[in-house]
Design a protein around this ligand. Sequence first.
Ligand code: NAD
Ligand code: TYD
Length: 347
Amino acid sequence: MKILVTGGAGFIGANFLNLLVPRHPEHSFVNFDALTYAANPRSLAELEGRKNYTFVRADLVDFEAVRAVFAQHRPEVVVHFAAESHVDRSIAGPRPFLRTNVEGTFNLLEACRELWPSGEGLLHHVSTDEVYGSLGPAGLFSEETKYDPSSPYSASKAASDHLVRAWGRTFGLPIKITNCSNNYGPLQFPEKLIPLMIQNLLERKPLPVYGKGENVRDWLFVGDHCEAIWAVVHKGRVGQTYNVGGRSEQRNLDVVKRLCAIVAEETGAREAELLDLVTYVKDRPGHDERYAIDARKIERELGWKPQETFATGLRRTVRWYLDHQDWVASVRTGEYRRWIEQNYGGR
Ligand code: NAD
Ligand code: TYD
């Protein structure tokens, strides 16, 4: 099978490719990625030279570029990860979110429709639980929960979900959608809560907790999310949505405190000294209070369930960042941008 993955140089896409390319030599994978600030080609170093893996640097917003890649590679399955993904950036500047998440998804849908006029292929759209808005203290998001996004990021993802479903219903495009809760694990850009806190702990910088730190997120280890997507691609029903989550609800402050404890254990630092770094800062506008996923549909229909607990996954993640400070340095300095231009600029 020929599988085109968009956004495969980002956090979840790179974990997906690192897991599946070596495991499935019978499939060929094309990674279509614009290499924005959130991408790091180093995340894919182990795939270089593999016969069943190709990288293409291209921008989803450029429709002719998308068509050209489709014409050349003629994918049978497209797994669509590419997006602007950070809520705070969407508040500071929403335009790239509308462009990539809405217009980029539209371009991808049109390229799929052109390539598969009789509904031959499959577009799997990777989305978020943030499209459902905020929960109060009780309840879970199910596949039937009405959309009610709060941030420019979640509104742009909601728009993309609607486009994908409309192309399925109107044009008969074979589509599937997964809406997943917050991911964490190796290769996450250190702007998101968990890797940001790990880095700040290692550098003894303040740990900026928004508001009172009482907002709740349902955390899922990235490898479990990747397995869920693969299960839906293979066994999920066309036209359906599957919610994916870890049943691992945590208050932000508790996540930060657990990270203090793990980093103290792993590095020999004094836990009390690390806890002193917690700093309450101005809250995010429109900050959703709580997310929590009802994942019974994917569990029941496809037999998927998470393998990692929050305790084991968080320790694995801390160890990965401790062992990969060179990766962190490469995404945080200008060095990696120069490397991208040098290596991919002429392609
Ligand atoms: P990320 O920001 O780490 O990576 C995004 C990738 O998309 C990068 O490699 C970037 O270069 C690429 N990209 C961005 N704009 C592009 C464009 N115009 N053309 C081509 N490539 C482009 O994101 P992530 O955290 O890996 O998230 C991947 C997907 O999963 C997103 O669609 C996101 O909405 C969804 N999701 C993320 C989470 C999470 O917790 N991170 C949870 C649920 C769903
Ligand atoms: P984030 O990782 O940005 O994911 P999302 O906003 O998509 O859920 O943030 C997770 C939670 O952590 C969210 O409630 C905001 C909070 N947060 C902080 O308290 N401090 C921070 O520095 C960051 C980045 C997030």
